[in-house]
Design a protein around this ligand. Structure first.
Ligand SMILES: Cc1cc2nc3c(=O)[nH]c(=O)nc-3n(C[C@H](O)[C@H](O)[C@H](O)COP(=O)(O)O)c2cc1C
Length: 305
């Protein structure tokens, strides 16, 4: 009932782990799968190891968190070893590697070194607190996004390429269309919003070491939904919806808006990894009660009524 095949990835349910949460080691990713995730997106990584920003890198807000982890990650060689260990689970649970770089060559190099161990790549051109030249510096510009995606697609032809977009632009559909034109196989919408700021009311100091960070969690859901809904009307490639999913009702909204697959990040920090099983059980019950045969029947529903 929740099974689907999207971008060549067969899933038992649509709920993937989002990039950046528990996606660093093979053991933490396996633990998330044991808790019912339909697929995994790794923490973003690149060629070189990156220490990211100094602590504190994450702070709670009403309805979510602000983070400026700064893409802290091991380099590609270490990450490849973690990915290798996931091989046994990949037949049932696709593994998507989130990769980042500042040039097409870096993306291609990372992809070539890991392509045997993943079911898709998610190009992170959308991190709002990455160093200059990385992350949203690329994904805010449709021409640059087109160039990078096209170059990666020209070199990597056996693994689907998903482009993860930033909502922090005037018109996200412009970047989505540029990605499709560059032959992206799918899109992930959205990376975190902002950046935003929190200040310690006692001292007056910004709380995060980097001051500003990306806003995530239930409070960004309406923005994410709007991005998915608008983009669905402009492209033909599949969309992974992410941003504030906490219950099956949130999941349904993203499916109705046009997402074929979903990702969960911040809510795992609040509710624990058991959230995957809770949402899949609730989704199944909803489909049965409402006499749907398959989850496929409700993808994009809002555009048909
Ligand atoms: C602590 C933290 C780390 C994150 N790291 C990454 C990352 O490495 N790469 C990436 O593309 N997105 C990263 N994100 C963004 C999430 O993947 C997701 O797009 C965003 O948080 C919205 O989803 P959510 O509301 O379910 O958390 C991170 C988010 C958080 C909260």
């Amino acid at each position: 009932m929740l099974e689907n095949e999207v971008m060549g990835m067969k899933v038992e349910n649509p709920l993937f782990l989002a990039a950046g949460i528990l996606g660093t080691t093979a053991s933490s990713m396996r633990m998330v799968v044991k808790n019912g995730a339909g697929g995994i997106v790794t923490k973003s990584f690149s060629i070189e190891a990156n220490d990211g920003y100094e602590n504190p890198t994450i702070v709670k807000i009403e309805g979510g968190v602000i983070n400026s982890v700064g893409l802290a990650s091991p380099g590609v060689e270490a990450k490849r070893e973690e990915l290798k260990e996931l091989t046994p689970i990949r037949s049932k649970t696709p593994v998507v590697a989130s990769i980042y770089g500042n040039t097409a060559d870096v993306f291609i190099d990372v992809a070539k070194k890991t392509q045997d161990y993943v079911d898709a790549f998610e190009l992170n051109v959308s991190c709002p607190h990455a160093k200059c030249g990385y992350g949203s510096n690329i994904g805010e510009d449709p021409d640059l996004t087109y160039e990078i995606v096209k170059s990666v697609k020209d070199e990597i032809d056996n693994v689907p390429i998903i482009v993860k977009l930033t909502p922090n632009v005037t018109d996200i559909t412009e970047i989505a269309v540029a990605s499709q034109k560059a032959k992206a196989d799918g899109l992930t919408l959205i990376n975190s919003v902002g950046p935003g700021l929190r200040i310690d009311y006692k001292t007056g100091r910004p709380i995060l070491n980097n001051k500003f960070g990306g806003i995530a969690g239930p409070m960004i859901k309406p923005i994410a939904l709007k991005c998915v809904y608008q983009t669905y009307e402009k492209v033909d490639i599949p969309i992974m919806g992410v941003g504030g999913i906490k219950t099956y009702k949130d999941a349904l909204e993203f499916l109705y808006a046009g997402a074929s697959l979903l990702q969960i990040g911040t809510s795992i920090m609040y509710d624990g990894p058991g959230i995957f099983k809770t949402i899949t059980d609730d989704l199944k019950n909803f489909l049965v009660e409402n006499e749907y045969d398959s989850i496929k029947d409700i993808i994009g529903l809002s555009h048909r009524i």
